[in-house]
Design a protein around this ligand. Structure first.
Ligand SMILES: NC(=O)c1ccc[n+]([C@@H]2O[C@H](COP(=O)([O-])OP(=O)(O)OC[C@H]3O[C@@H](n4cnc5c(N)ncnc54)[C@H](OP(=O)(O)O)[C@@H]3O)[C@@H](O)[C@H]2O)c1
Length: 358
C-alpha cells in the first residue's frame, strides 16, 4: 500500500495520479477533508482507498501509516512538519518520501532515528529537488568553472507554499544575495530586467545561495555556483521582504502570525499571474574550464505548472525507493536520485513542455 498524504493538494493530486498509473501498488489517499480525497480517488486510473487524517494528530497519523510500504507526504507546511510524518512512517515499518523539509527535516530526523533498512527521501520537488539534481548532468566528469541555476517564473502560490517560502530563512536554508566561490560564500547582486534563455519575458533574478546549491558546488567540484530565484516582477520579493522585516524570526512564531503575510505573497503571485500568465522555467548553465572535455553546457526545462511537476518528481522518488534504487538512510532527493533516469522520465511526462540539454 502506498500512502499519499496531502493527496488533494496542488502537488499531491499529481503525485497520486502518477502513482496510480504506475501500477506500483494500491493507494491510500489522506487529508483532513475526506470528501475531497474521495473526489480525487474517483478520478484516478486505479482504485484507491481514502482515509481522513490530520497529521498533527499522532493517533490519526499512525493509523494512516499502518499497512503502508511507503508514505509519500505532499502535505505541509514542510518546514513545520519536519520529521513528524517520517517518524510515523518508520514506526509503521514504511519507507518515506517528502515534498520538502530540506536539511532542517533531515537533521531533525537524525540517523539514529532511521530504523535499519528503512529509507527517507526529503525535498523531492522541483525546488528544492530538481534544482539540485539536474545541474549534475552538466558537471558529470568535468567539474565546471562556474555553474548557474535560474529557477522561477509566474506561478500562483498556494497558501501553504507561501508559508513555506516565508519559512526558508536561516542557515539551514540558504544565504540571500550570495554566491559560492572557491569554497566561500561571497556577495552577489540581483539581476533586474534581464532576458534569460527559456524565459518568455525579461525577469528579475534574486541570488539565494541555498544549502542545496552549496552541496551541489561541493559534490560537482564547481569553482563557483550562482543560484537565483526568478520573478517576473518585484511584487513577490517585496511581499517576502516586508514579511521578514515584520517577523524577523519566522521559526519562533505561531503559524497564525505568518498567515496574513502568506496572503500578501499569494496576492502578489496572483497579480503576476494576471499580468504574465503561468509559466515555470529551470535554466542551468555550466562554464567549463579551458581544455575540459566537450559536453553539454545548458539545460532548460519548462512547464506550465510547477506544483504538478513537483507531484511528478514525488512519484519518481517513490518509484526509486520502492525499486530499491535509493540506499537505506535519510537523504535529500538531489543527492539520492539518478539524474539520467529522472531526465528520461521527465521527457516522457506530458507536464514537461521542453527539456533540452545542449
Ligand atoms: N519542493 C518543491 O519544489 C515544492 C513545490 C511545491 C510545493 N511544495 C510544498 O509542498 C507542500 C504542499 O503544497 P501544495 O501547494 O500542494 O499545498 P495545497 O494545495 O494546499 O495542498 C496541501 C495538501 O495537504 C493536506 N493537508 C494540509 N494540512 C494537513 C494536515 N494537517 N493533515 C493532513 N493533511 C493536510 C491538504 O488537504 P486538507 O486541507 O484536506 O487536509 C492538501 O491535500 C507545501 O508545504 C509546499 O511548500 C514544495
Amino acid at each position: 500500500m502506498i500512502g499519499v498524504l496531502g493527496a488533494t493538494g496542488a502537488v499531491g493530486r499529481t503525485a497520486a495520479e502518477r502513482l496510480a498509473a504506475s501500477g506500483l501498488g494500491g493507494l491510500r489517499l489522506g487529508g483532513r477533508d475526506a470528501a475531497r480525497a474521495a473526489d480525487v480517488a474517483r478520478a484516478l486510473p486505479a482504485p484507491a482507498e481514502v482515509m481522513r487524517v490530520d497529521l498533527t494528530d499522532p493517533d490519526e497519523l499512525a493509523r494512516f501509516c499502518t499497512g503502508c510500504t511507503i508514505v509519500v507526504n505532499c502535505a505541509g507546511p514542510t518546514y513545520r512538519v519536519l520529521d513528524t510524518v517520517a517518524r510515523a512512517a518508520f514506526a509503521a515499518g514504511a519507507d518515506y518520501v517528502d515534498i520538502g523539509g530540506e536539511l532542517a527535516a533531515k537533521d531533525a530526523l537524525a540517523d539514529a532515528a532511521v530504523p535499519g533498512g528503512r529509507t527517507a527521501v526529503f525535498s523531492a520537488g522541483v525546488m528544492p529537488g530538481l534544482s539540485g539534481l539536474l545541474p549534475r548532468l552538466l558537471a558529470k566528469g568535468r567539474p565546471p568553472r562556474r555553474l548557474d541555476v535560474y529557477v522561477g517564473g509566474a506561478a500562483v502560490f498556494t497558501p501553504l507554499s507561501a508559508v513555506d517560502a516565508l519559512l526558508t530563512r536561516g542557515p539551514r536554508f540558504g544565504v540571500p544575495m550570495a554566491a559560492w566561490r572557491e569554497g566561500a560564500v561571497t556577495p552577489l547582486a540581483p539581476l533586474h530586467g534581464v532576458r534569460l534563455p527559456g524565459f518568455p519575458v525579461p525577469v528579475h533574478a534574486w541570488p539565494y545561495l541555498t544549502t542545496e546549491a552549496q552541496t551541489l558546488a561541493a559534490e560537482c567540484g564547481a569553482d563557483e555556483v550562482r543560484c537565483y530565484n526568478v520573478f517576473v516582477s518585484d511584487r513577490i520579493p517585496q511581499a517576502l521582504s516586508a514579511a521578514w522585516a515584520d517577523v524577523p524570526d519566522v521559526h519562533a512564531v505561531p503559524l497564525e502570525t505568518l498567515q496574513p503575510h502568506a496572503s500578501e505573497v499569494v496576492n502578489a503571485s496572483l497579480l503576476d499571474n494576471a499580468d504574465f500568465g503561468a509559466f515555470y522555467v529551470m535554466l542551468f548553465t555550466a562554464r567549463p574550464h579551458r581544455g575540459a572535455p566537450a559536453g553539454p553546457a545548458r539545460m532548460l526545462l519548462t512547464a506550465a505548472d510547477s506544483y504538478a511537476l513537483s507531484g511528478v518528481v514525488m512519484a519518481l522518488a517513490a518509484r526509486a525507493v520502492l525499486a530499491g534504487r535509493v540506499p537505506a538512510g535519510a537523504h535529500l532527493a538531489a543527492e539520492a536520485l539518478d539524474p539520467d533516469e529522472t531526465v528520461t522520465a521527465l521527457r516522457d511526462d506530458p507536464l514537461v513542455t521542453q527539456l533540452t540539454l545542449s
